[in-house]
Design a protein around this ligand. Sequence first.
Ligand code: SAH
Ligand code: SF4
Length: 373
Amino acid sequence: MPSNLLGLDADGLTHWLAAHGEKPFRARQLLKCMHQEGVADFAGMTVLSKALRDELSRIACVASPAVIADNVASDGTRKWLFDVGTGNAVEAVFIPEEARGTLCVSTQAGCAVDCAFCSTGKQGFARNLTAAEIVGQLWTATRLLRTAAAPRPVTNVVFMGMGEPLLNFDSTVTALRVMLDDNAYGLSRRRVTVSTSGVVPMMDRLAEECPVALAVSLHAPDDALRDVLVPINRKYPLRELLAACVRYVAKAPRDFVTFEYIMLDGVNDNPAQARQLAALVRDVPCKFNLIPFNPFSVAGTRGTYRRSDAARVRAFAEILTDAGVVTTTRKTRGDQIAAACGQLAGEVRDRTNRAARIEFRRGEMPIPPPLQA
Ligand code: SAH
Ligand code: SF4
């Protein structure tokens, strides 16, 4: 099997090259060829010696998951479906705005956290993506957007697609390092955001190993409701989660965390809950991003939640703002092509692991089910 160099960060590539008798500066050259120039064929990397190009062609490859579908919505949102093998597929979404272009990437096929309102969770968990499969989403999007009729750069990356990035920690961190590397994508730490449902110990590790902007999916002002909506709360309740947020901010490139809060009609959107929320986060440097719920249907299940109406979202935002918490409401983009938050279904056809959701209990470490052969 040739080694896929797309998923190696500078250290990994340097080690791999050293094992083949090559000097460290070759890693920089290779990173530039692969990620900045988008070259996949070693023969085209003319900065390398002919002998090295021939050797690489024999023992290595630059392989991104294949694109199965590529759709553009009328608002310019573009969604790719990637084949990650054994009947599984994941999605990435590009969201163009005036001053920036954000790519939303996936980290797992399916997700074991199984939040009550999320279509990815409803599909169960298939497997972790490799670093090459995560980086491959950015690599492919960058190449395709560069050659589009109206070319756009990817200026920001958010880990808000399918899966829980902090339950696929090693691949996520390797992918982050490639994204931040000046010889590769050169994105600043503030322009790369990891979103987590609240895997507390891994938030601390991320702060140590690769601090980037952090978003935390809060969704409820108390443990009783959060236990139901975001089941990992049973393992890491709000008190621990908020303490982890405060610790994270001390090391983070931004001086706040972003709390994501999905607006579910009659469930978590009443004014008393907004006041409770403001009190809850009093000591956490944070901003809020309210996300109108995006309905979805997955074979066999129908969403039981409804989106809060605009007036209710406004009233909720106003209470938070009046309490001194900066609050924005996320515009829904790309729903025409099912590319909005939480609608990324991919196609987890390999459902052998469908029942393999994690049972979160206090005092146990959640380990995702093993990789399927
Ligand atoms: N697993 C991580 C990142 C992926 S989910 C996390 O949960 O944070 C990215 C965001 O989409 C999360 O805030 C999640 O709560 C939100 N989301 C999930 N399902 C949604 C839906 N149906 N409508 C709107 N947002 C949704
Ligand atoms: Fe997983 Fe995030 Fe969906 Fe929850 S919201 S099931 S953590 S992808």
